[in-house]
Write a protein that binds this ligand. Structure first.
Ligand SMILES: Nc1ncnc2c1ncn2[C@@H]1O[C@H](COP(=O)(O)OP(=O)(O)O)[C@@H](O)[C@H]1O
Ligand SMILES: [Mg+2]
Length: 231
């Protein structure tokens, strides 16, 4: 597995931190509090994959309406609708009230049927906490959430060869430790305000089959999207 295939994000400054890209078919946890850039990073991963690699991508969101994502992308000059028409991109918003016991298998089937190579789940925190599937208890406990995530990620690996980003909200009750050992890679995004200036940063905490960079890197968002600065 040493020379595993890499899936390039083409996000400036990122791929060189992980020996050329995410390991193919890996599950990556992208964690950070609100406003750190998780959605933009993930959209950019799909957009670049579609435009530069002609790889089909799919974005499942439990957080936002599809229109909000398209508008967000438009700010960076990414025309998502054009890619959607070519079936190189799909945005699937799932309302919290629509979550059911079959959502997990539905997601896996959609990924398979559409032959999507790049997948984003925004976010597993919402999915795991609000999803009625797999819970014997009436309200989720830490144990049931963990069990749910384990099942989801294991099924994901088994049934498709996609390289997936699972977004997790750091400020939610679910701690990194729950999902960390279930993932092949962990990328954390941070946000700090120092004397009125805000600064974002990115850290690759773990990447299987990879000798990853271990430094904290400044992350900038401008009109062309996310950039990672290599110091
Ligand atoms: N065109 C832009 N230029 C600079 N910063 C931007 C731009 N668009 C959005 N942002 C910043 O990105 C943040 C949102 O990033 P997002 O990926 O939605 O965060 P998250 O998904 O982690 O909550 C906004 O709070 C804003 O500060
Ligand atoms: Mg977001």
């Amino acid at each position: 597995m040493k020379n595993s295939q890499r899936v390039k994000t083409h996000i400036p400054g990122f791929d060189e931190l992980v020996q050329g890209g995410f390991p193919q078919s890996s599950n990556i946890l992208l964690s950070g509090s609100a406003g750190t850039g998780k959605t933009i990073f993930s959209l950019q991963y799909l957009y670049n994959g579609a435009v530069l690699e002609k790889e089909a991508g799919i974005y499942f969101t439990f957080e936002e309406r599809g229109a909000a994502l398209r508008e967000q992308a438009q700010q960076f000059g990414w025309d998502l609708e054009k890619l959607e028409k070519k079936k190189l991109l799909r945005i699937i918003p799932i309302g919290v009230e629509e979550l059911s016991k079959s959502t997990l298998m539905d997601i896996i089937e959609i990924v398979r049927d559409t032959k999507s190579k790049r997948v984003v789940i925004d976010s597993i925190t919402t999915l795991a906490y609000l999803s009625p599937m797999g819970f014997e208890e009436t309200s989720p406990t830490l144990y049931s959430v963990k069990k749910f995530l384990y099942k989801f990620m294991a099924l994901f690996k088994e049934f498709n060869g996609a390289t997936s980003i699972f977004i997790s909200q750091k400020d939610e009750e679910i701690s990194n430790s729950i999902a960390e050992y279930l993932c092949d890679g962990i990328v954390t995004l941070n946000f700090e305000t120092l004397g009125g200036d805000c600064s974002r940063s990115l850290l690759v905490k773990k990447m299987r089959r990879t000798k990853n960079d271990e430094d904290l890197h400044p992350l900038e968002i401008n009109d062309s999207g996310v950039h990672i600065r290599n110091l």
